[in-house]
Design a protein around this ligand. Structure first.
Ligand code: PLP
Length: 407
């Protein structure tokens, strides 16, 4: 993709145009959070300048405007991931809250004493700890699908684990540590043959790949707005209506109720049953703008471009002596994780930071992955559509220089 197009995109992200420690900022921590384009920032600001009001409650003008805008945002997000209906989208604070909602509510519906839940060996803590804690209460068991040395899930083992009749499968679409793109459509099909519902953690995929929840046939898909150019504090949970109807509420309070007396309460319809209290309306409108921003781009081209950024980084990093990639699946998305012999990832990250390069170091909220590879952490560079080939070169040069200093 030509650099004029990328520069045009970059102009919409003013934060990228700054210096840190006197060096141009090279932001390669997009798997942690993406930067926000002006249209998203402006939308949230406009909301507070002209529309701010609590929703679903007031008969007055502002309240109706804000309600309409919020529900429009839901419609936009539903269409973006091809949900069957807007009420299949529950707004949450993000992936973590969506997964906690599921562990609590779907857990209550499906998990009885000694039951099992199946996850994979590459899950973010958000898709591990909620299940682990819920299962502890039920004396249940967490089953874990293993992966090989390249960071590829063992599908034969997955099949045998499905034979153990877990009640729920919950799997990352893309690993935030290894970049592996899991064959989720196939994995969903396999689980469904056993009658098991599947949750897809889409935190790392939604900004970079087309998502069609109906074609995937996942039962649930969860994501965070801030990883897809939207504000923090907003995200979503897609669920098939049949499941959402059957699931008990997650939190109680205003908005999620139908009728309340001291003796009993009936609950609101979908999706409000799962949206207790005042939501983050401004951020939801920002999320809608982020979706429109992504939709305005040629997404196939963007996908190919992000893959080219990754390839360039991998090629150049391979030249560094003692460097070992953590995660070498054939199907990978825009991030690269590595360690260098004798150098602590934290030291490397700290030195290249002073050269203006922002990467993530550590266990990336996936400690079992580090244990699996016998390392304390990795250096992770993750790419977004506004990164340039030149930035990749600056990053690799910085890594080479830092490695030479630390040896
Ligand atoms: N799942 C994956 C795969 C992630 O990469 C992340 C964040 O890095 C999360 C879950 C948690 O997302 P959040 O902190 O936005 O809730």
């Amino acid at each position: 993709m030509d650099s004029t197009y990328i520069n045009e995109i970059r102009r919409q992200f003013p934060i990228l145009n700054q210096q840190v420690y006197g060096k141009p900022l090279v932001y390669l921590d997009n798997a942690a959070t993406t930067q926000k384009p002006l249209c998203v920032i402006d939308r949230e600001r406009d909301y507070y300048l002209h529309e701010n009001c609590n929703i679903h409650r007031g008969v007055h003008y502002l309240s109706q405007m804000a309600t309409e805008a919020y529900e429009n945002a839901r419609r936009t997000v539903a269409a973006f991931i091809h949900a069957a209906a807007p009420h299949d989208i529950v707004f949450t604070r993000g992936t973590t809250e969506s997964l906690n909602l599921l562990a609590s509510s779907l857990g209550q519906l499906l998990i009885e004493e000694n039951d099992k839940v199946l996850i994979s060996a590459m899950e973010h803590h958000s898709n591990l700890v909620p299940w682990q804690q819920m299962l502890r209460q039920k004396k249940g068991q967490l089953l874990v699908c293993p992966m090989d040395d390249n960071g590829v899930l063992d599908l034969q083992r997955y099949e045998t684990l499905l034979d153990e009749k877990p009640r729920i499968v919950s799997i990352a679409h893309i690993s935030n540590t290894l970049g592996t793109i899991n064959p989720i459509k196939e994995m969903i099909g396999m689980a469904h043959k056993h009658g098991i519902p599947v949750i897809v953690d889409g935190a790392q995929s939604i900004a970079h790949h087309y998502i069609d929840v109906q074609s995937l046939d996942c039962d649930f898909f969860v994501f965070s707005g801030h990883k897809m150019y939207a504000p923090m504090g907003i995200g979503g949970l897609y669920g098939k209506s049949d499941w959402l109807e059957k699931m008990p509420p997650y939190q109680f309070g205003g908005e999620m109720v139908d009728q309340v007396s001291f003796e009993a309460t009936t609950f609101n319809k979908l999706p409000f049953k799962f949206e207790a209290g005042t939501p983050n309306v401004g951020a939801a409108l920002g999320l809608e703008s982020a979706v429109r921003f992504i939709e305005s781009l040629d997404r196939n081209q963007i996908e190919a471009y992000e893959s080219a950024l990754l390839q360039r980084a991998v090629e150049q990093l391979s030249e560094i002596e003692g460097l070992r990639f953590i995660g070498q699946a054939a199907k990978r998305s825009g991030l690269v994780s590595f360690v260098i012999d004798g150098i602590h990832p934290y030291d490397l990250g700290t030195i290249i930071d002073k050269m203006g390069v922002a990467v993530r170091t550590g266990h990336h909220c996936a400690e079992p992955v580090m244990t699996r590879f016998g390392i304390p952490g990795t250096v992770r560079a993750s790419f977004a559509l506004y990164n340039t080939m030149e930035e990749v070169d600056v990053f690799v040069k910085a890594v080479k220089k830092a490695a030479a200093m630390l040896r």
